[in-house]
Design a binder for this molecule. Structure first.
Ligand code: NOJ
Length: 597
């Protein structure tokens, strides 16, 4: 087995776990898992998760900002596209510096989004339609306007060590400087001075997002209380934010923190990537905290009954670290650590070998018995259709639906929504605002946060306001629910056919898988299950038309011909016709789902 750099940096413990995981994979026959009819899957294992960015989903009161009543009013869309569980980005009280990821009261709802009653109504109405609601849990930090932070600044009893505080250092000229060279995610030092307390506090994100101190048992307990509080409101689980940065290295006996080494990745000294970030990311203590949260979920279900409450973990980390989030032989961890490989691995362009590699990296590292998941976008990334090229929109939606495990859709991906064009004046994301007019486009996450497109009417049917909080994205006149619902060949229609297939096909739920990049452009994936229909997904992700022979080029049994079940919007083939696999021509961007019993 190859121990790569990221494995090595985890030390013996990480390497051992990887060895453990890969030993299991040796039992799989080269990307072929055995599919059996009997497997009983829990709801989340084949779920279609859908991320709602509440600020941009639906505005019910005409203030240009999405809200809870807006979501409730549009639950039929979720039902229509087969969503199992909707994850809401943060809806809690917040000064909105990082649009809800800076929470000032974890137990209450942000006024502009609605009230606690609105939230209860949303959960009840969603549940009536068979849709579960999942909340965003932001454990790493709170707003610096939270009561906890104010008390901690004043060193009030019980709150003295609620955050990561440290004395400053002094340079040769006697000037006070931060405790270490650590950088925040949104540019600049990760330390901020507080005159009143005469100390610096740590913030891995914006200055207004103070890092909670997980070495303080009171903080650990408080955060578990928050989980139980929202479980009591009927949520089906949590997406957990920014997990890899939960713990930092411990200070020395004088309360001093060591500096990070320089990475060599960039010359920009304010960019977090300038440093290695080994001391402030992916610490072993964090993994145990995830296991503790899983215990909270399981205990809750044991006491209160009902369906499994899930934990979906945000981890942009090396596989050796991420895979530990699943748990191990003796302890359960996250149900699903998000798999971002199809985002991080398909750069600068999407090619079939890169898709194969991205899938390999998850499935070959995943411990046995765990469930995979597939993500192609979220509110932190450019729109999938813009990143992969609009012509590959359907191919990528097909891929995440046909691969084994859970699929995750970011609102608008079902429509093929593309990036908004955001000027420096319009950008509001702190990641961009902390930079400058010439480089902000590299950092802004606003292009994927523009209002959801319901129709070709005013504000795309999102709001009746004169101005929406972010401008509309281009092509909303074509890429919207109303227009796409009236066509059998829209991205939305294709998405719905995929969902239908996923829900009804035992092969997709329990079947074996095999996949291959046939060349730079053509990627093929087969799912099969004894006694059930075999499903094949094939896509030409390249820029030129191709003709392939799936019988000889794909090292697995396939019949001469299969029936065309679903095709990409621009394909000129006809659904229901028989397709000859020995001479299959595919235009650039063409993607097909085929079936044969
Ligand atoms: C990850 C979230 O997805 C992102 O939007 C946010 O800025 C950071 N965590 C900080 O909470």
């Amino acid at each position: 087995m190859k121990i790569n750099e990221s494995t090595r940096s985890l030390g013996a413990y990480g390497a051992l776990l990887i060895l453990f995981a890969s030993n299991y994979c040796l039992a799989c026959n080269d990307r072929v898992a055995s599919g059996t009819q009997e497997q009983q899957k829990d709801w989340w294992q084949t779920a279609q998760f859908y991320q709602i960015y509440p600020r941009s989903f639906m505005d019910s009161n005409g203030d240009g900002i999405g809200d809870l009543k807006g979501i409730t009013s549009r639950l039929d869309h979720l039902k229509d596209i087969g969503v199992t569980a909707a994850w809401l980005s943060p809806i809690f009280k917040s000064p909105m510096v990082d649009f809800g990821y800076d929470i000032s009261d974890f137990y209450d709802i942000q006024d502009e989004y609605g009230t606690m009653d609105d939230f209860r109504e949303l959960v009840a109405e969603a549940n009536k339609k068979g849709i579960k609601i999942i909340l965003d849990f932001v454990p790493n930090h709170s707003s610096n306007e939270s009561e906890w932070f104010k008390k901690s600044v004043r060193r009030e009893r019980g709150y003295e060590d609620y955050y990561v505080w440290a004395d400053g250092k002094y340079d040769a000229e006697g000037n006070r400087i931060p405790p270490s060279n650590w950088l925040q995610s949104f540019r600049g030092s990760a330390w901020e001075w507080r005159e009143e307390r005469q100390q610096y506090y740590l913030h891995q994100f914006a200055v207004q997002q103070a890092d909670l101190n997980y070495r303080n048992p009171a903080v650990v307990e408080q955060m578990k209380r928050i989980l139980r509080f929202w479980l009591d409101q009927g949520v089906a689980g949590f997406r957990v934010d920014a997990v890899p940065v939960l713990f930092e290295v411990e200070p020395d006996e004088n309360g001093q923190y060591p500096d990070e080494g320089v990475s060599g990745a960039t010359d920009d000294k304010d960019d977090r990537a300038y440093l290695k970030n080994e001391l402030i990311e992916n610490r072993p203590e964090t993994i145990d905290m995830v296991y503790q949260w899983r215990q909270v979920m399981d205990d809750y279900q044991r006491i209160h009954g009902g369906d499994t409450r899930v934990l979906l973990i945000e981890t942009y980390a090396p596989p050796a670290y991420t895979m530990q989030m699943y748990g191990n032989r003796s302890v359960e961890g996250a149900h699903l650590p998000f798999n971002f490989n199809l985002i991080t691995g398909l750069k600068p362009d999407v090619t079939a070998p890169l898709v194969q590699q991205a899938i390999d990296q998850w499935l070959n590292n995943m411990p046995a018995g765990r469930t995979a998941n597939w993500v192609i976008g979220n509110h932190d990334q450019r729109r999938a259709a813009s990143r992969y090229g609009a012509q590959n929109t359907d191919a990528m939606n097909m891929l995440v639906m046909i691969l084994p495990g859970a699929s995750v859709t970011y609102q608008g991906e079902e429509l093929g929504m593309i990036d908004g064009v955001i000027s420096w004046e319009d950008t509001v994301d702190p990641a961009a605002c902390n930079s400058n007019t010439s480089i902000y486009e590299k950092f802004t996450r606003d292009p994927s946060r523009t209002p959801f497109q319901w129709s070709d009417g005013k504000n795309a049917g999102f709001s009746s306001a004169a101005k929406t909080w972010l401008p509309l994205a281009p092509e909303y006149e074509i890429l919207n629910v109303e227009v796409e619902s009236s066509s059998a060949y829209s991205h939305l229609a294709i998405y719905k056919s995929l969902v239908e297939l996923r829900k009804t096909s035992k092969t997709l739920q329990n079947g074996a898988y095999k996949y291959k990049a046939l060349d730079d452009g053509v990627f093929v994936l087969k799912r099969s299950l004894a006694g059930e229909e075999t499903i094949v997904f094939v896509a030409n992700l390249g820029n030129a038309a191709k003709t392939v022979n799936l019988q000889t080029d794909f090292d697995t049994y396939l019949p001469n011909a299969m029936n065309l079940k679903i095709l990409s919007a621009d394909s000129s083939k006809t659904i229901g016709t028989e397709i000859n696999l020995t001479r299959l021509s595919l235009e650039s961007g063409e993607a097909l789902v085929l079936g044969r019993r």
